[in-house]
Design a protein around this ligand. Structure first.
Ligand SMILES: [Zn+2]
Ligand SMILES: [Zn+2]
Length: 63
């Protein structure tokens, strides 16, 4: 229910999100590449103002 409860790392797609210090730092600077709920690779579009990441299962995430 919360972004803090993601199972998969949104940067490298592996499990144990939150244990990846490097990925956490990377996530501050760049949009996610993998869905935090299922670990699937997402289709990411980046614009100067925001990004849109689409998981084929969980839909669109924006930031
Ligand atoms: Zn990671
Ligand atoms: Zn997903």
């Amino acid at each position: 229910m919360s972004d803090l409860m993601q199972t998969f790392c949104t940067q490298c797609g592996e499990e144990s999100a939150g244990l990846h210090a490097d990925c956490a730092m990377q996530a501050v600077l760049s949009p996610p590449r993998y869905c935090g709920d299922c670990g699937r690779r997402m289709k990411v579009q980046v614009t100067p103002l925001h990004w849109v990441a689409v998981c084929s299962v969980h839909g669109e995430i924006t930031g």
